[in-house]
Design a protein around this ligand. Structure first.
Ligand code: ADP
Length: 163
């Protein structure tokens, strides 16, 4: 059997300890994981795609089985091109379920050979999302329990610039 390539797509605006928890779980299951940053998200991101990618690369720079890439089009096209067979997504609470279910079934409809798996983070991160982190940082709060130091520094720089 050939080694499975897994892809973990998202906006990662910015990456949090919740995402990192999911990455670590996925990296323990698959020999090669691509963290795939959506370049054109409909969400008007705080960080540019290059900034988001650079922060994630910094976080995982010592782990050679984890690759960070950006993408612009359909996830199924990226997966096909890279011969990836697994999509990894994180599942926090019931609120994530409906949209994740819809996306998984849509992706399967477009690409039958692609399987979506859901990983559940440690409880302490199950309420965490990038929106909350951006809001706390914008208001000058301490985000050190939620994001790694490189992200904290970038958030500080971003909001200092905006003031
Ligand atoms: P998207 O805009 O594609 O939802 P996100 O960066 O918000 O991108 O999330 C990417 C994936 O990571 C999604 O599957 C999301 O549910 C998951 N995720 C986000 N935050 C957490 C967290 N705290 N714990 C576990 N999974 C998470």
């Amino acid at each position: 059997m050939k080694p499975i390539l897994a892809v973990y797509p998202g906006s990662f605006d910015p990456i949090t300890y919740g995402h990192i928890d999911v990455v670590e779980r996925a990296a323990a299951l698959f020999p090669h994981l691509v963290i795939l940053v959506a370049r054109n998200t409909s969400k008007a991101p705080l960080f540019t795609d290059d900034e988001r990618i650079a922060m994630i690369r910094e976080v995982f720079r010592s782990n050679r089985s984890i690759e960070v890439d950006g993408f612009d089009g359909l996830l199924v096209d990226y997966a096909r091109r890279r011969k990836a067979s697994v999509i990894v997504r994180g599942l926090r609470a019931v609120s994530d379920f409906e949209i994740e279910f819809q996306m998984a079934l849509t992706n399967r409809k477009m690409s039958k050979e692609l399987e979506t798996i859901f990983l559940v983070p440690r409880e302490q991160y199950s309420y965490l999302n990038s929106t909350i982190v951006r809001e706390i940082a914008r208001l000058g709060g301490d985000v050190s329990d939620f994001v790694p130091p490189v992200v904290r520094r970038q958030l500080r720089a971003k909001f200092r610039l905006r003031k």
